[in-house]
Design a protein around this ligand. Structure first.
Ligand code: PRP
Length: 173
């Protein structure tokens, strides 16, 4: 069995997600807010985050992104594998991610979505590993900054396993 060490407990996550939801509610005017969840890792964070929002006009959409070649370096190539099926022109859009690592995925995605002329475009991520950044990304809402450790749980996987853990854990040998 691989060793799992808790980095952020379920209670700490719950508390922080509530704070993020309050901030988001305060920052956006009444009216539709489109949360775009990037598959697959963000689905748990998304599910908790939307339930902390007080507004009744939260819309949820999903996008799939895949990385090819040297994905975790600045030369990593990214492509949309599942696109939105509606226009976001003129809408407030908040991208929901589980983790920002190299920044390659989000810098690509923000370029793609900005071309569609949303009214606003921001990013909310549960986790941020700033040490790993190779492409700059402007992230408005960050749950936790974490060290450069391999983490799983709360939606994040290792070879598709561990997504169901309720805490964020460091995966050891
Ligand atoms: C993770 C995460 C981001 C991306 C961040 O997805 O959900 O989309 O990596 O990394 P980057 O900042 O280096 O681009 P992953 O490829 O693990 O897919 P998954 O969410 O389907 O597990």
């Amino acid at each position: 069995m691989p060793a799992l060490r808790t980095l952020i407990s379920a209670e700490q996550i719950g508390e922080r997600v509530r704070e993020m939801g309050e901030q988001i509610d305060a920052d956006y005017p009444e009216g539709p807010l489109y949360l775009i969840s990037i598959l697959k890792g963000s689905f748990v964070f998304l599910a908790d985050l939307i339930r902390t929002l007080k507004r009744h006009t939260v819309r949820v959409e999903f996008m799939g992104i895949s990385s090819y070649g040297s994905a975790k370096t600045s030369s990593g190539q990214v492509k949309v594998t599942r696109d939105l099926d509606l226009s976001i022109e003129g809408q407030h859009v908040l991208i929901v991610e589980d983790i920002v690592d190299s920044g390659v995925t989000l810098s690509y995605l923000t370029r793609v979505l900005a071309q569609r002329r949303p009214r606003s475009l921001e990013i909310a991520t549960l986790l941020d590993k700033p040490e790993r950044r190779v492409q700059p990304v402007d992230v408005k809402y960050v749950g936790f900054e974490i060290p450069d450790e391999f983490v799983v749980g709360y939606g994040l996987d290792y070879a598709e396993d561990f997504r169901n853990l309720s805490a964020i854990c460091i995966l050891g040998e």
